[in-house]
Design a protein around this ligand. Structure first.
Ligand code: PEP
Length: 253
């Protein structure tokens, strides 16, 4: 039995009052559904505390975490221990925007993964290739390299606290989506990698991300190894987000 997940990554959106309204709307609409699909919102960090206090059926996910641990003189940082202490249970690590715009390289990502696991946070680890890498037939080797970065810091037990999101960079925020066949092929590669490195391979949820919309969610959800979605733009509109949740709710395999 694999858990289906739909996670809304709000990135640096929306404004505070709109965020409150959107969160309440999503929570109300989700509360009316009968689904075993797990639904989570990853809001900007300053909103986490407010949402954690209001959360009922949804989960709240952090978009990033510091490389430093604990508490102390680290101006501007949000540590895994602070997230755990305030009731956040999951964190996204390795989103392509962090890798590309904020210099998240292998050593810093590995440090973040270690911090998250030491604080007992679930890690939503993002992998994915650029367009030029895909065109050069390097997509699989890039993703496997990113999985190797993960493998090098996880303990045998850590794997079960992991979600992997395959997000081809060329599909994020562009309106271009990987075809269901391409998504399934990469997810099968990731599943095979997991089988070679952990006993938890069959139970781990592999999410697809990259311009997921209500119009393409049903086909993506039907793919055998696509167990949910990491949704950016479409998560900022409650009806779109809920339509994507509906699509994945049919496939709790
Ligand atoms: C994302 O930011 O993780 C994402 C997939 O964005 P979008 O759905 O807008 O492509």
């Amino acid at each position: 039995m694999r858990q289906q997940w739909v996670i809304g990554n709000w990135k640096l959106n929306p404004r505070f009052l709109d965020a409150k309204t959107l969160f309440e709307t999503v929570q109300t609409q989700f509360g009316e559904k009968k689904t075993s699909c797990q639904v989570a919102i990853a809001p900007p960090a300053p909103y986490l505390g407010m949402f954690v206090e209001q959360v009922e059926q949804l989960s709240v996910v952090a978009q990033d975490v510091s490389t430093v641990s604990g508490f102390g003189a680290y101006t501007g940082e949000v540590s895994a221990d602070l997230l755990q202490n305030m009731g956040v249970r999951s964190v996204i690590i390795g989103h392509s925007e962090r890798r590309e715009l904020f210099a998240d390289d292998t050593p810093s990502l590995q440090q973040k993964i270690k911090q998250a696991r030491q604080a007992d946070l679930q890690v939503v680890y993002c992998v994915g290739e650029s367009l030029s890498q895909r065109e050069a037939s390097q997509a699989e080797s890039i993703v496997v390299g990113q999985l190797n970065d993960l493998k090098d810091v996880l303990t045998a037990d850590d794997w079960q606290h992991l979600i992997i999101a395959y997000e081809p960079i060329w599909a994020i925020g562009t309106g271009k989506t990987a075809s269901p066949e391409d998504a399934q092929q990469m997810h099968a590669t990731i599943r095979q990698y997991l089988k070679e490195h952990t006993a938890y391979a069959e139970q781990l949820s592999l999410l697809y991300g990259g311009s997921v919309k209500p119009e393409n969610a049903v086909q993506l959800a039907a793919c055998q190894d696509v167990d949910g979605a990491l949704v950016g733009g479409a998560s900022l509109e409650a009806n779109s987000f809920m339509a994507i949740v509906d699509a994945f709710s049919q496939y709790n395999v």
